[in-house]
Design a binder for this molecule. Structure first.
Ligand SMILES: *Cc1c(COP(=O)(O)O)cnc(C)c1O
Length: 391
């Protein structure tokens, strides 16, 4: 990053993210360019956000058309894109013949705040969350996030939350009582470095929730909207949640989140219980509609499944890789040593953006439109990246 920008960034922005790696100026498809004109393949996709890559014509068209027609109206009024996106989301999430209703937000953490408040409408206050979880940085979502370093500076956090080891059915069964409002689970823990729930865990959580009259809330903010080659990462489990929270990929880069309530959770909110000024605005909803339509029209779920498998197989072939986790294009690479920061740095020097989620885990969450050629180029560069990082 040029010294001019470094200094200006440091003196104008709060230091919450540490020093930025680059100043980016332009993007197209899965590629971005920095201020020096250097090109990168973006294998992080704005942290699983840029589902259609950068500057996708369908999003550009949808957003500009909507913005020049009707941009913002407040939630005293309704708009066609908002209603259409809610209907579309219920269709892709699947209601299983039950009631389904959507509350739109502007971010993931706000979708979770809405869900958190929704669970209070059961008349119960106890929540059960998972170790390794990440649900966002606002106070309610942070109360459900297990990472001590994120929580400690802001305690006391709201709510009555019990954490159980991710994937531990017995611990979950022991923690949930008749006072439990909801169990909240990420089917794949993205921020933890792409840790996948063990086979049968979601089904067990469903039956434990049912046994105690608790809601099952799946946070699919990172794993949902086609990222795993399915609309929801939880879909193959056949488990039907009561609440699903979505954001990241939903707007393809335009900020939007959603709290989807199913069955009795669909109608727990009454007028006055919750609100938002920007949430569900016509422009954000137009972006969401464009993302879903493009995923459907371009057969991206199938593309993600095939390309994801190819990438995982290729990444796993190196002996410095202990394991490759994830589904579709949400991929975790577990290294044999704590070298993820070095791997991310070496990859960046080689022209690839990825993320060191934990000291041993590298995360890839590229645009769903990543091409086979870009994936191939990365796999070609992979051994040399590891060589540099491990030397
Ligand atoms: C990113 C993320 C969030 C928070 O979303 P923001 O838009 O950053 O507030 C919540 N849950 C999960 C699983 C996430 O990956």
């Amino acid at each position: 990053m040029s010294t001019g920008f470094t200094e200006r960034y440091r003196s104008a922005l709060m230091n919450t993210f540490g020093a930025p790696k680059l100043v980016l100026t332009r993007g197209e498809g899965a590629h971005v360019w920095d201020e020096d004109g250097q090109e990168y393949v973006d294998l992080l996709g704005g942290i699983a956000v840029n589902a259609l890559g950068h500057a996708h014509p369908a999003i550009v068209q949808a957003v500009t058309t909507q913005l020049s027609t009707l941009g913002h109206i407040s939630n005293f009024f309704a708009s066609a894109p908002q209603i259409a996106l809610a209907e579309k989301l219920l269709a892709v999430v699947g209601t299983g013949g039950r009631d389904g209703r959507v509350f739109f937000t502007n971010s993931g953490t706000e979708a979770n705040e809405a869900a958190f408040k929704l669970t209070r409408r059961t008349g119960r206050t106890h929540l059960v969350a998972m170790t390794g979880s990440f649900h966002g940085r606002t106070m309610g979502s942070l109360a459900l996030t297990s990472k001590e370093a994120y929580r400690a500076p802001f305690e006391p956090l709201p709510g009555d939350v019990t954490f159980v080891p991710y994937g531990d059915v017995d611990a979950l069964a022991a923690a949930v009582t008749d006072e439990t409002a909801a169990i909240v689970i990420e089917p794949i823990q993205g921020e933890a470095g792409v840790v996948v729930a063990p086979e049968g865990f979601l089904a067990a959580a469903r039956s434990i929730a049912d046994e105690h009259g608790a809601l099952l809330w799946l946070d699919e903010i990172q794993s949902g909207m086609g990222r795993t080659g399915q609309w929801l990462a939880s879909a193959p489990s056949g488990v039907t949640p009561d609440i699903v929270t979505l954001a990241k990929g939903l707007g393809g880069g335009f900020p939007i989140g959603a709290c989807v309530g199913l069955g009795r959770a669909a109608t727990l909110f009454e007028p006055g219980n919750h609100g938002t000024t920007f949430g569900g605005n016509p422009v954000a909803c137009a972006a969401g509609l464009a993302v879903i339509a493009t995923i459907e029209e371009d057969g991206l779920l199938e593309h993600v499944t095939v390309l994801g498998q190819k990438l995982r197989d290729g990444l796993a072939a190196d002996p410095r890789v202990a394991e490759v986790t994830g589904e579709g294009l949400l991929i975790g690479v577990v290294l044999t040593d704590e070298r993820s920061a070095e791997v991310a740095a070496a990859a960046l020097r080689a022209g690839f953006i990825l993320n060191n989620a934990t000291p041993t885990r590298v995360r890839l969450a590229p645009p769903l439109v990543l091409t086979g050629d870009d994936a191939e180029a990365f796999l070609q560069a992979w051994p040399a990246i590891l060589e540099e990082a491990f030397s």
